[in-house]
Design a protein around this ligand. Structure first.
Ligand code: DGL
Length: 276
């Protein structure tokens, strides 16, 4: 039996995780959700492993304090740099009955199916690329698929500052697409391995040669989470299901409300929290 309020926690360094949450809520509308964006300390993409781990662990602890039995790190950088340590070292000590999932495994389990040439491109933050987490996970599920990675350090700041659709952004977007395709012209599928990048989808498509498929993670993560809950009825039964969603930010809630719409499809009001 679920406790009265035992939501699924969804975490991101900022707004990007809202693109993933949108797909998850569409897929699992009956569940309760709590979203936390660490906007005050975003972006995480260029931060060290230690810092991303420390910030992410603080967020996970906060979700547990809110009563979440399950937390999804809807941030590639946090999934790449913090998830494994939290799962293996911290959870057994602080909350052995709770679970933390990321976005890299659900994506790599499926994404190899999309590439016919077995040459897959990936666009992500510098931190995600440096961790090599995608290459390591993909090799487990699709050893025949080769992965070519390109870090795009300017893209998150462009999106966070709502500059991404302006002509000035084109240079930075083109530059990384060209660099990726120079690594391997036979790439037929490109994964957007950062939660902010779905907002750039149309622009990226307009710069890509015809025939290259672009994959966003939200639907893959949502399908994988639904499958996880189906396979783990003991966890599913602990999560409350009143169809509610609430939102928290470590920065200005009014700012969050104003800017959340482009990520979530509608503005949402948030409350402020301090992480420590
Ligand atoms: N949400 C992060 C990700 O998916 C990108 C934003 C950041 O750099 O903090 O990698």
């Amino acid at each position: 039996m679920a406790e009265s309020f035992a939501p699924i926690g969804i975490f991101d360094s900022g707004y990007g995780g809202l693109t993933v949450m949108k797909d998850i809520v569409e897929r699992l509308p009956a569940y309760d959700f709590v979203y936390l964006g660490d906007n005050a300390r975003a972006p995480y993409g260029n931060r060290s492993f230690d810092t991303v781990y420390r910030y992410t662990l603080q967020a996970v602890q906060w979700f547990f304090d809110q009563g979440c039995p399950l937390v999804v790190l809807a941030c590639n950088t946090a999934s790449a740099k913090a998830l494994r340590t939290i799962q293996q070292q911290d959870l057994p000590k602080i909350a052995p009955d709770k679970r933390v999932l990321g976005v890299i495994r659900p994506t790599t389990e499926i994404v190899g199916n999309y590439s016919l040439s077995a040459e897959l491109g990936l666009l992500a933050t510098a931190g995600t690329v440096a961790s090599d987490s995608y290459a390591i996970e993909l090799a487990k599920f699709f050893p025949e698929v080769k992965l070519y990675q390109e870090a795009c350090p300017m893209w998150v700041p462009l999106v966070e500052n709502n500059e991404h659709l302006k002509p000035g952004a084109d240079y930075f977007i083109r530059q990384h697409i060209n660099r990726l395709l120079e690594k391997q012209p036979k790439i037929d599928t490109i994964l957007l391995a950062c939660t902010h990048y779905p907002l750039l989808e149309e622009k990226i498509m307009s710069f890509l040669p015809k025939g290259i498929r672009l994959i966003s993670q939200g639907p893959l993560v949502a399908t994988s989470l639904a499958d996880y809950l189906y396979r783990h009825p003991e966890m599913d039964g602990r999560i409350s299901k009143n169809g509610s969603q609430c939102f928290f930010t470590t920065d200005d809630p009014l700012d969050f409300q104003r800017r959340s719409a482009i990520f979530f499809g509608q503005p949402v009001s948030a409350r402020k929290v301090e992480l420590a």
